[in-house]
Write a protein that binds this ligand. Structure first.
Ligand code: GLV
Ligand code: MN
Ligand code: MN
Length: 433
């Protein structure tokens, strides 16, 4: 990590635009105004978890994650908001409360390896700044407002996405979570202990969920829909069903030069067939299917692989199409494995069914925002997990490049500030007199 943000895509210093929007609160452009505070918070985050490849690697329970958590605590303290870390590692900063009927807003601070600056942090920064906007406008909450940072949303280290929200909602068994292992063989339980957290506290938190009247997640859009629509902020309607499946192929290690072709049991060949089949199946069903993470043993140039583990990320407009894609991949894998004399095993590592966001809440947001476009997404979010228990909604902020999970992810400061103001209007409508 370096402290230098120069040249990064998420670098706010290259972003321009006059902020001549609504004033009368703290939205002005002067010192202490919304823009200056946004820039300050963003610059500080920009120094945390930066990786050598020009993006951010803030994996759950890592040193970078600890610094992000510390940043959250400092921002809450600066606002006099009490902070708690719940048993699942999620952070909650309270304006009023905690007590019943709270409106929670936030996102996550972890990232994929070499991720962008905005996926997650934009929602947390915007949540704190939206609270500032309400306070500056002398708005009084009739309900408590919580700024929340969910733990391990990306699942980049232990394989299961939305870990903190899944555990809270009882959608992941704590014993199964504790036993998850990262690429270095460290269990989640060990990683939490090393970070000073108690894995014994993992588990469902129905009381916390019952204390929430709504959860609003602001997030950078992870595609180009808002660019194409010429809109700054959009509202989510739904999340495609999606999941992760591990495909394990076991063959036989042998010499790459001396082993005759008919004598080989090469798992890489079976995997190669399946990678192509995933693309074909995705095209057939209007879905998405991706192999982007592969583990090879022994991973030597001159030894035929003994084992290939490849992770399928699949998403589709409906659950039947998703099922067909995964079944197609699985069938092709079985055939390819038989043809190459290797064993094949498929295991589901996570699954999220179709999420349709609460219609009444969405209507209230649409009213507060005065007609933002509404769009579905194929990206997963903690709001999608919470939606089964709490009315949930999402605001998307325009992504200038349309790229995400990459350092090329980008949003202008003007669009980010429009997102903050939109979130403040929504919180005002939901939580204030
Ligand atoms: C999270 O960003 C996901 O959709 O994988
Ligand atoms: Mn993400
Ligand atoms: Mn995200």
């Amino acid at each position: 990590m370096t402290g230098d943000m120069t040249g990064m895509t998420g670098d706010m210093t290259r972003m321009t635009g006059d902020m001549t929007g609504k004033t009368g609160d703290m939205t002005g452009g002067g010192p202490g105004g919304l823009r200056a505070r946004f820039d300050g918070m963003w610059a500080e985050l920009g120094r945390t978890g930066r990786d050598a490849a020009g993006g951010y690697s803030r994996l759950a329970w890592s040193a970078a994650d600890a610094r992000m958590r510390q940043w959250f605590r400092s921002e809450a303290a600066a606002r006099g908001m009490a902070v708690e870390q719940d048993g699942n590692g999620n952070l909650w900063a309270w304006w009023g409360g905690p007590c019943g009927g709270a409106v929670a807003t936030g996102s996550h601070l972890d990232s994929v390896p070499n991720g962008g600056a905005f996926d997650g942090p934009l929602g947390v920064v915007s949540a704190f700044l939206a609270v500032d906007e309400l306070r500056a406008g002398a708005r009084s909450p009739r309900r408590p407002v919580a700024v929340v940072c969910f733990s391990d949303e990306e699942g980049a280290r232990f394989g299961v996405a939305c870990m903190g929200s899944r555990l809270t909602c009882g959608a992941l068994a704590p014993d199964a979570a504790r036993a998850l292992v990262d690429a270095g063989g460290t269990t989640l339980a060990e990683a939490m202990r090393q970070a000073g957290a108690d894995p014994g506290r993992l588990g469902p938190d129905p009381e916390r969920l019952a204390g929430l009247s709504a959860f609003i997640e602001l997030h950078i859009e992870q595609g180009r829909a808002l660019v194409d629509l010429g809109a700054t902020v959009g509202l989510a309607t739904a999340i495609w069903p999606h999941g992760r499946w591990r495909c394990s192929f076991r063959g036989e290690a042998n010499h790459a030069g001396t082993t005759l072709l008919p004598d080989r049991r090469d798992p890489m060949l079976a995997f190669a067939v399946v990678a192509i089949e995933a693309r074909r199946a995705a095209e057939q069903y209007g879905a998405r299917a991706t192999f982007a993470k592969v583990g090879v043993q022994p991973n030597a140039t001159n030894a035929i692989a003994a084992r290939v583990d490849a992770w399928l990320d699949a998403r589709a407009p409906d659950e039947e199409a998703l099922h067909q894609v995964v079944a197609g991949v699985s069938d092709a894998a079985g055939r390819a494995a038989a043809a190459h004399g290797v064993d094949f095993h498929l295991s589901q590592e996570s699954f999220t069914g179709t999420v349709v966001f609460d219609g009444d809440l969405r209507a209230r947001l649409a009213e507060a925002l005065g007609g933002a476009p509404e769009l579905p997404t194929a990206a997963g979010h903690d709001a999608g997990i919470l939606a089964a228990h709490v009315p949930a909604a999402m605001l998307f902020v325009r992504n200038a490049t349309g790229v995400s999970h990459s350092p090329a992810e980008s949003a202008t400061v003007d669009d980010c500030l429009a997102g903050v103001r939109a979130l403040a209007r929504v919180l005002d409508a939901l939580a204030c007199w």
